[in-house]
Write a protein that binds this ligand. Structure first.
Ligand code: NAP
Length: 256
């Protein structure tokens, strides 16, 4: 028996990195997976991989920062499988790495539109379906950068701090309806997002990774599966008494 049997899960940004690891592990635990992303080729490929392993999954193109698209796709998913039990608000971008006074409002708004508005739109349009079926679990990907600061990527810090508190507010608003809302705070996880930051860094990819490793007391950056295990826990009924919480998975980064 799987830990997520009978559940329908939506993952935004599910084609790569942490989102893909979440799709893979939730499918293995028996969930039906709505893998959504703006990366169509990778998304369709990943669904084929899941099908090959005998899992139930479908791909939907979805830009989480476009409200009309979110509304339409969530309605399609509900029509297909009759309910929505789990929403993993994972889609996120790092954005520009400049000092605050050098950032244009377009650069700032781009990060906010995906990382903050995307979480808002997806939560907004999942809630009515969850209310109808008597509950659900929403898992928001914040970051260690939503808890502590660092002298880099200012709009990203702002966005992840916002997601941390949006999570707690929604946890309180919907607690009586059996809808749980929790945030996850990963340390650095080696994904395409971080590999891209490494490529853009002044010191070069290799030195960047070494520096990142040294920032984590456990001595290395994490893997997408380290986060996926936490997602499965929060998605499952094993966490039925957990809402408004912050699950920190960071190799000790924020304990220092
Ligand atoms: P990733 O490797 O860049 O994967 C993110 C996926 O989301 C990609 O497939 C990306 O497509 C897609 N995406 C980008 N914008 C989107 C949009 N508007 N709508 C839907 N999908 C979109 O990222 P990741 O490192 O796995 O990060 C996943 C989440 O964890 C993010 O919220 C991130 O902030 C958070 N997080 C990551 C780390 C880390 O160290 N990796 C640490 C803390 C928190 P494209 O590639 O085509 O853009």
């Amino acid at each position: 028996m799987g830990r997520l049997d009978e559940k329908v899960a939506i993952v935004t940004g599910g084609a790569m990195g942490i989102g893909w690891a979440a799709c893979y592990l939730m499918a293995k635990e028996g969930a039906r997976i709505a893998l959504t992303d703006i990366a169509d080729d990778e998304g369709n490929e990943k669904v084929k991989l899941l099908e090959k392993e005998g899992r139930e999954a479908l791909f939907w193109h979805l830009d989480a920062s476009e409200e009309a698209e979110v509304k339409r796709v969530f309605s399609d998913i509900n029509q297909k499988w009759g309910k929505i039990d789990i929403l993993v608000n994972n889609a996120g971008i790092a954005g520009v790495d400049k000092a605050t006074h050098e950032i244009s409002s377009e650069e700032w708004n781009k990060v906010i539109s995906v990382n903050v508005n995307g979480v808002f739109y997806c939560t907004k349009h999942a809630i009515p379906f969850m209310k109808k079926s008597g509950g659900g679990s929403i898992i928001n990907l914040s970051s260690i950068y939503g808890i502590i600061s660092a002298p880099d990527i200012p709009p990203y810090h702002a966005s992840k701090g916002a997601v941390r508190l949006m999570t707690k507010t929604d946890a309180l608003i919907y607690a009586q309806e059996g809808i749980r809302v929790n945030s996850i705070h990963p340390g650095y996880i080696w994904t395409p997002l971080v590999a891209d930051l490494a490529k853009r860094s002044a010191e070069g990819e290799e030195a960047f990774r070494k520096k990142l490793n040294s920032l984590h007391p456990l001595g290395h950056v994490g893997e997408p599966m380290d986060i996926a295990y936490g997602i499965v826990y929060l998605a499952s009924d094993e966490s039925k008494f957990v809402t408004g919480s912050e699950l920190v998975i960071d190799g000790g980064y924020t304990a220092q």
